[in-house]
Design a protein around this ligand. Sequence first.
Ligand code: TRP
Length: 330
Amino acid sequence: MSRVFSGIQPTGSTHLGNYLGAVRNWVDMQDSYDTIYCVVDLHALTVQQDPAELRASTLRVAQVLLAAGIDPDRATLFVQSHVHEHPELSWMLECNAAFGDLRRMTQFKDKSDQAESGSSGFVSAGLFTYPALMAADILLYDTDAVPVGDDQRQHLEFTRDVAERFNNRYGDTFVVPEAFIPPAGARIMDLQHPTNKMSKSADTDSGTILLLDDMKKIEKKIKRAVTDTDGEVRFDVAEKPGVSNLLSILGAVTDQDPTELASGFEQYGPLKAATAEAIIERIRPIQERFREFEADPAETERLLAIGAEKAQQKAAEVLARAKNNLGLLP
Ligand code: TRP
């Protein structure tokens, strides 16, 4: 069975875009792949975090994944910092990564520009070496395929390059993974700025539907979503980004085609009402399961400990291979 690995950051709150673009596919893939999913808390450290908040949100993201249907009996779900092989391999990969390649990463350029102009003006070295840690995440599990959004494609290319260079220099060590951009990868955009991706870091939360938003809030956010003034319901991302985003969301949560859906609506009001209702119907059971996990953190911790143990068995094997091939003493 092919192995799939993916990671999610524990910062901010999981939103509808994360769910429809990624998490939902992770759940589906459990049936046909050997799946490993990781809450990447070490990646979160590349920008300064409030320790209590980081601890809480790491647990919360794990609980959201469990509530959304990640099944610890079928998938391996764990927290990155519980498996020390990740930062260990990351160093060995950094030493086989080109400085110039890391400097070209567009995410580094964007994030370091943002950080530099931010209040602290601080750009951590970890922000720069971030892709090496991501490569370690992936390569430690002999991963065949990595489901990621478009924005992570360059990091995956980097992972492949480092793996190939390492294999060339030190002999066959790593499986070279493929990107796996899910077919139904609906692009969910910000409700207020529909040409931007829906994101955790948006300046206000009125454009982002959080998976744990209450039902009233979801209705309100959809009602206030930006549309346009021509009044026609049509799927046309270039000319009508706001309306098309609503159609994309409705299509994604009901598994229908947004262009076909458009013909069923004459006005924006009913489109918004149908979209809000469909989101709520999809999210409500996830929220109910989340409340159960939330009420029993020890159970989540137990499941994560089992996940870490399963992950580590594999990771230790691959790390030993890498160390041996590099010439580190056993
Ligand atoms: N960098 C990814 C993101 O920001 C998260 C991530 C970390 C990841 N390690 C990974 C994704 C390994 C896939 C595989 O979304």
